[in-house]
Design a binder for this molecule. Structure first.
Ligand SMILES: NC(=O)C1=CN([C@@H]2O[C@H](COP(=O)(O)OP(=O)(O)OC[C@H]3O[C@@H](n4cnc5c(N)ncnc54)[C@H](OP(=O)(O)O)[C@@H]3O)[C@@H](O)[C@H]2O)C=CC1
Ligand SMILES: O=C(O)CCC(=O)C(=O)O
Ligand SMILES: [Mg+2]
Length: 746
């Protein structure tokens, strides 16, 4: 594939967004065709990525191109225009399930070797590792992030406020984080004085030198950090918090981001599970090892593997696990009906979405009895956990936020070129033996940063390049100027990494005209309080943050303001000049697929996709001088505004308008907006018949879309669904299909 001036590359991903896209693409093409805009599909689903990685195992007719690598290259082309939908960042369990499904479909790919022993198995595991966790976004995000709620969306939320749980001052809900021994406390950071190649090595107490990462090429001006989490401090922390939680009688919940932090957070998660079930792990630890159980992947794997044991042994283990629960706090549930706890899988509770959902619900999570309870939300790393406690403090004092009146908090996030922690997984290590962990200049042998580490500690190096920082500061100033809002850099001078960033921010701000702008630099907790004081007064404030807070805040504020982050406009101006338009700020909503398969109702909201498509078309129109594309963008925005006004978003309830119905209304309003405009007679004439026929058949189409609901459907797979079956399910209205086809053919 190549970038083309009049081409939009549309990603095909997984789960709910993929289903929605199957219905939406024929609509898009009906509209973009007459403007000469090509829509090219690029499949970057987990299944496609696995097949591309294991091409050498496949028959020629089964081989697929490595689309992700290709898109990665295209991010460097100024003509590139990509619409990127949310995709699965796979856990080990998801990857294994995907491999099994592909094998069952006749793809002779190898098994995922969970516990590799031979060199061959180790090599396979490394290859599969490329498809694990957040493997897509860091490749495509070659620009910084601009996420905001467009005015129409914000106004809709004010007019139609979603429900909010009530916060009481006496709520026991709180955040627990470490106060020593975590990544924050021992961090060291420096700005490179020149380009250098470095290695990461461990000099053990027994005198061995183990090279963990042979070479990292660093650029001049780059900021690097060395930080570690002490296993001992982490385990002591869990013991203390578990006991505190038991005494308080509230639910225990653990919130990690095992997708993005795919090396460190599964380990952090695993320690918690092992401490909760300490006695059982002490008693059966050897057997668990023999069975290849790794609870870093969740208790689900343990239950699966002990199933192979004789019944008496299995029952003994289960009894011992239950005995541990007797003197531990109750766990927050992911699905109380199915008995799935917070420890089932590290990816079931993903902090960016899970903490806002809890705060929006008045500080409650679900207990095993299906009732809501106060909870202790455990996020071991104190660096960012503190923002949530600050918001909770505010809610306890102020009461819950009011979506009718609250201000908005857009975000400008430092993200480009794998910035900060989110780019560190290839430089993150679990320490095998106590010693000194050094970052060493390869040419001179000079030790740039060093840390004393113990066995089991997690040590990592993070990087952020200078050019992305300059671009981020520029984007922040531009957004502040265009919006008239104050902009706050959430930077903590007590944290070495952020102290280095502050120096650069202060310097690069001078490159811009900031007269009349209100720009602050505040530590996270102060920035949160400052922002919330304004939010409560209906005032808007841009948060300008690093990569992790970009992720956290772009779910947190939208979920309070709009009820979901799916309605966010999410733009990534690529540094090479192209554009990537993400659809919403949330994920791929696995629960929505479950509802579709069981009841043929898809509650997924494609609003983020409508917003992204409009900016993508607008940008293409500006760059290529294509007035028709610009008009498509303008009329699409009008249609989206009308969709909100007319309340035609998908409902959660089966039998009511769902994603497919909402897309129909978008097509109707878009055709009407094009027919009504007078800027381009050609397009008006072209779309008038469609506007008329869709309007005339509105009831018939809505009835056809409703009639199919309420019964299970078969989409022929999960990771690699059957295209024909998905199309049949997602396009069930013969009337709508034929009208779109007639319009495309005209
Ligand atoms: N940009 C990306 O590629 C991202 C990918 N992910 C991946 O997505 C998967 C799921 O992650 P998870 O943490 O559960 O977060 P999700 O954002 O997928 O889901 C959380 C909840 O948010 C609501 N939601 C999100 N998007 C929509 C939408 N468009 N329409 C309606 N409701 C929506 C749903 O609520 P309800 O169930 O109440 O309807 C959903 O269950 C993981 O594999 C994760 O790695 C996560 C974040 C970003
Ligand atoms: O890539 C991922 O796994 C998640 C991305 C994400 O949550 C975000 O960017 O908001
Ligand atoms: Mg996120």
């Amino acid at each position: 594939m190549s970038a083309g001036k009049s081409k939009i590359i549309y990603t095909l991903t997984d789960e709910a967004p993929l289903l929605a896209t199957c219905a939406f693409l024929p609509i898009i093409r009906t509209f973009t065709g007459p403007a000469g805009v090509e829509i090219a599909e690029s499949d970057i689903s987990v299944a496609a990525r696995v097949l591309a990685e294991f091409s050498d195992y496949l028959r020629d007719d089964q081989k697929v191109p490595d689309n992700l690598a290709e898109l990665g290259r295209l991010t460097q082309d100024p003509d590139t225009n990509i619409i990127k939908l949310p995709n699965i960042s796979a856990s080990v369990a998801q990857l294994v399930a995907c491999v099994k499904e592909l094998q069952a479909k006749g793809y002779a790919i190898p098994d995922y070797p969970e516990n590799p022993t031979t060199d061959e198995e180790k090599a396979l595991k490394t290859r599969y590792g490329k498809c694990l966790g957040s493997a897509v976004n860091p490749v495509l995000r070659e620009g910084n992030s601009d996420r905001r709620a467009p005015a129409a969306v914000k106004n809709y939320a004010k007019k139609h406020p979603h429900s909010m749980g009530e916060w009481k001052p006496w709520s026991q809900t709180h955040v627990a984080h470490m106060d020593h021994g975590d990544f924050y406390h021992g961090e060291k950071s420096l700005t490179l004085d020149k380009a250098r190649d470095v290695k990461m090595e461990l000099v053990t107490k027994s005198g061995k030198t183990i090279v963990l990462k042979p070479k990292v090429a660093l650029k001049d001006g780059e900021i690097i950090d060395s930080m570690f989490m002490s296993k001992k401090a982490l385990c002591d922390f869990y013991e203390k918090e578990l006991e505190d939680c038991r005494q308080a009688g509230i639910l225990f919940s653990l919130h990690v981001k095992a997708t993005m932090m795919k090396v460190s957070h599964p380990i952090v998660f695993g320690h918690c599970v092992k401490i909760y079930y300490k006695e059982a792990f002490e008693k059966h630890g050897k057997l668990f090892d023999e069975l290849g159980i790794n609870v870093n992947n969740g208790m689900a794997t343990l239950y699966e593997k002990i199933d192979t044991l004789p019944e008496s042994k299995r029952d003994e283990i289960i009894r011992d696990l239950h005995a541990c629960q007797e003197h531990r706090p109750r766990l927050a549930m992911v699905d109380s009906a199915k008995g799935i706890t917070n420890f089932h899988s590290p990816n079931d509770i993903i902090v960016d979405a899970s903490m806002p959902a809890m705060i929006r619900g008045g500080g409650k999570m679900w207990g095993a009895d299906g009732k809501p309870y106060d909870c202790k939300a455990v996020m071991p790393e104190s660096t960012f956990a503190r923002i949530y406690q600050e918001m909770i403090n505010f809610c306890k004092w102020h009461g819950n936020f009011d979506p009718k009146t609250m201000g908005t908090v857009p975000n400008v996030g430092l993200m480009a070129q794998k910035a900060e922690e989110y780019g560190s997984h290839d430089k993150t290590f679990e320490i095998a033996e106590a010693g000194i962990a050094n970052i060493v200049d390869l040419a001179t042998g000079e030790v740039l940063l060093s840390q004393n580490v113990e066995e089991g500690d997690i040590w990592r190096m993070c990087q952020v390049k200078d050019e992305p920082i300059r671009d981020w500061v520029k984007l922040a100033v531009t957004r502040a100027r265009n919006s008239g809002m104050p902009a706050v850099f959430w930077l903590d001078p007590y944290r070495p990494h952020e102290a280095e960033l502050i120096k650069k921010v202060e310097k690069y701000l001078k490159d811009h005209d900031t007269s009349g702008l209100e720009i602050h630099i505040m530590s996270q907790v102060r920035a949160m309080r400052f922002t919330l004081e304004r939010v409560a007064r209906g005032l808007d404030t841009i948060s300008v943050t690093g990569n992790i807070l970009r992720d956290y805040l772009t779910d947190l504020f939208p979920i309070m303001e709009l009820g979901t982050s799916a309605k966010m406009l999410s733009i990534v101006p690529l540094m090479a000049g192209g554009g990537m338009y993400e659809t919403g700020a949330g994920g791929s909503a696995p629960k929505h697929v479950q509802q579709l398969v069981e009841e043929n109702h898809l509650r997924w909201d494609s609003l983020g996709e409508f917003l992204a498509l409009a900016v993508s078309l607008e940008e293409l129109g500006i760059k290529t001088g294509n007035a028709k594309a610009k008009l498509l963008a303008k009329t699409l925005d009008e249609a989206t505004g009308k969709l909100l006004d007319e309340n035609k978003s998908p409902s959660r309830r089966t039998g009511e308008l769902d994603n497919r119905g909402s897309q129909f209304y978008l097509a109707l309003y878009w055709a009407q907006a094009l027919a009504a405009q007078s800027e381009d007679k050609d397009l008006a004439t072209k779309f008038a018949p469609l506007a008329k026929s869709l309007a005339e058949n509105e009831q018939k189409i809505v009835d056809e879309l409703k009639a199919v609901q309420g019964k299970p459907v078969d989409i022929g797979g999960y990771y690699l669904a059957d295209q024909a079956k998905v199309t049949a399910v997602m396009r069930p209205s013969a009337t709508l299909n034929s009208l779109l086809q007639a319009a495309s053919a005209a």
